[in-house]
Design a protein. Structure first.
Length: 127
C-alpha cells in the first residue's frame, strides 16, 4: 500500500479505534476493497491527518455535516469516536444545534436522537 494509506490507517485507528477498524477490515471483500482504500487514503490519510484544526473540531464538523446531509447511518460511529477525538457531549450538541438552524430542525432532531442513544450505549458499556 501507499504511504498515504499507511498514514490513513494509523489516523483511522486512532479516531475510530482498533476494534471498529478490525471489524471493517475483516468484512472487506474484493468488491469493496478499492472503496476502502480510497476512504483510508482520502478521508483518513489526507483530511483527518491534517493538523490545521484539532481532532475535536474535525469531529464536531463531521457530525454536523453528516446530520446536515442526512447521512445518519454514520452518526453513531462518529459519536463513539468522540472518546478518541476529545469532543464532549456538549460539543456534539453544539454542532447539532447549528444543524438545526442552518440545515433544518428535523435533521438535527434525528441526529440528536441517534447521538443520545449512542451516548447511552457507551455509558452502559462503561458501567
Amino acid at each position: 500500500m501507499s504511504e498515504r494509506y499507511d498514514k490513513g490507517m494509523k489516523v483511522r485507528r486512532a479516531v475510530l479505534g482498533d476494534a471498529h477498524v478490525d471489524r471493517a477490515e475483516a468484512a472487506k471483500t474484493a468488491f469493496d476493497e478499492p472503496f476502502q482504500t480510497m476512504i483510508t487514503e482520502g478521508a483518513w490519510g489526507t483530511l483527518w491527518a491534517r493538523d490545521t484544526i484539532s481532532k475535536r473540531e474535525r469531529s464536531m464538523l463531521t457530525l454536523a455535516l453528516l446530520a446536515a446531509t442526512g447521512n445518519f447511518e454514520e452518526i453513531p460511529m462518529h459519536v463513539r469516536a468522540t472518546v478518541n477525538t476529545g469532543a464532549s457531549k456538549d460539543d456534539v450538541l453544539e454542532a447539532l444545534l447549528h444543524v438545526a438552524v442552518y440545515a433544518g430542525v428535523p435533521k438535527a432532531n434525528h441526529a440528536i436522537k441517534l447521538a443520545k442513544a449512542t451516548f447511552a450505549e457507551m455509558e452502559a458499556q462503561d458501567g
